[in-house]
Ligand binder design. Sequence first.
Ligand SMILES: [Zn+2]
Length: 113
Amino acid sequence: MARRKSERALIRDIARQRMEILYEMASKLFEELPELAQRYIDLIRKISMKCRVRIPRHIKRRICKHCGTFLVPGVNCRVRLRTNRYPHITITCFNCKRQIRYPYKVNRVKKRS
Ligand SMILES: [Zn+2]
């Protein structure tokens, strides 16, 4: 039993490493070969599903939740900070025209002594 457990941990580790590598390559390649970069992003999603490993947060935020597009700010998505109701980041995907919202916490300004 213990062996199986460590095997699973190993698979998860490798999956995470692969996702990091693919993400790095996708970011580098995007300008020259956007199709290939997109393919790497698709691979990240596949790895995550097959190995049942979460996509690291910094990578997940660069992938459209709705259509799976690799989001590059200023190129195929718009990033805006909004504070109505609660502080959040709105990312508009230009591919599917839908929005993704991520809340963020505001660091309260420290009281002056
Ligand atoms: Zn989209």
